[in-house]
Write a protein that binds this ligand. Sequence first.
Ligand code: FAD
Length: 471
Amino acid sequence: MSSEYDYDLVVIGSGPGGQKAAIAGAKLGKRVAIVDKADMVGGVCVNTGTIPSKTLREAVMYLTGMSQRELYGASYRVKEDITISDLLARTQHVIGHEVQVVRAQLHRNQVDLLTGTGSFTGPHSVAVEGAHRGEHRVISGEKIVIATGTRPARPSQVDFDEARVLDSDEVLQLDTIPSSLVVVGAGVIGIEYASMFAALGSRVTVVEQRERMLDFCDSEIVESLKFHLRDLAVTFRFGEKVVDVSVSEQGTVTTLASGKRIAAEAVMYSAGRQGCTESLNLEAAGLEADHRGRLSVDGSYRTSVEHIYAVGDVIGFPALAATSMDQGRLAAYHAFGETANELSGLQPIGIYTIPEISYCGATEAELTSSSVPYEVGLARYRELARGQIVGDAYGMLKLLVSTEDRKLLGVHLFGTGATDLVHIGQAVMACGGTVDYLVDTVFNYPTLSEAYKVAALDATNKIRALGRFGG
Ligand SMILES: Cc1cc2nc3c(=O)[nH]c(=O)nc-3n(C[C@H](O)[C@H](O)[C@H](O)COP(=O)(O)OP(=O)(O)OC[C@H]3O[C@@H](n4cnc5c(N)ncnc54)[C@H](O)[C@@H]3O)c2cc1C
């Protein structure tokens, strides 16, 4: 390695993609620096996105007694008057701990954490501008990984005031739990927050300009989710566009293009995200972002400039913490010539609504449109002993099985533990397994995993009936 540069690898952004790139570089014996703002170590993931929202969800589930009502009655609560500080106490505790874990991991691996905003001054050099005057330095790196993530997109016609009209980052700074809330955008983040506030007792209205939501998921499961959310007093306004949000001392009025007006204490916008590239001075590196601030990369996460890589949300889909980590690791391996397998095409999707959704593999709609014959195997949690024990009467697991070679083509879950349970189906599919593996396997009892066996038996019984009835 040439000593012409201060570092072998400079990583900009310390979210999951940047962190894992830095650690992978360090494990290969490289001199690594990672750049991020002092209050953003761990990235959007730890500070404003994944970790706070998932911790908030746990706090909501626990304090509202939501998951226990099947057993103890609809009025069951752990705490009657839940305040925002009840919720944030848990969130701050977890964020603080996670930041320490990230810092310790970087330190242990001798990665230099340089605090400030990074911007290119040349293809190999990065200026790091600290928050205070005089905190300025320029470092050079042989290889560079950009992992600067995204921030909430803000429509220009809306006046965000950090109090009543908020984006999804600011929702964590609310002073009180609003008694009513408009959520603009029924994407994953919008619906996750809508379900949390609905569980807390806010009257939530979701406004979405498309006719449907989460249309990449199994449609039956999305229907179940909508049913549950309506039960929690959520109103959906699909095919509607917001044209104005007015704010007064008392609250907000959201006006839709159809003329409807919705009064609510607060409005949360969740209308997509914008790549964080504007502060990077990309021209100095010979790079250009698209109109949504994103960078394009090849299959090895390399940008159009040979020694500069980009990973995580800044490269767009799927924009998940889970994938960003692997992209970071693979970019560092590629940069230093370390051989590695590509990521499996079978990636799970987890949506932490209340109840949660998860899936892996194909949906029924996809199989139908590509004329792949399949059978459905279904298990309902209420028919499982563990389902009764945990009080989940609505949960379900759905297997999609090829009627030609009995291979598992998709697994879709709704309810308790969905985002964990999906990995059993993912492993079977990744190994090219058939539904018979699930039939022949003994599962612990009583567990929710047993749903796999019940659904596999259901699918195989239906396939058998095809043979019997078909003569
Ligand atoms: C509300 C919410 C919930 C989510 N829930 C989930 C979930 O449940 N599961 C999941 O897998 N994913 C979830 N995500 C997505 C997940 O958070 C992202 O996919 C992940 O954080 C992206 O990682 P990243 O490496 O791109 O960096 P990010 O986590 O986006 O962090 C980027 C970092 O780069 C820094 N940065 C930006 N510009 C500069 C610069 N010029 N100089 C220095 N540093 C800079 C930023 O300060 C930031 O710290 C959620 C996101 C949000 C917003």
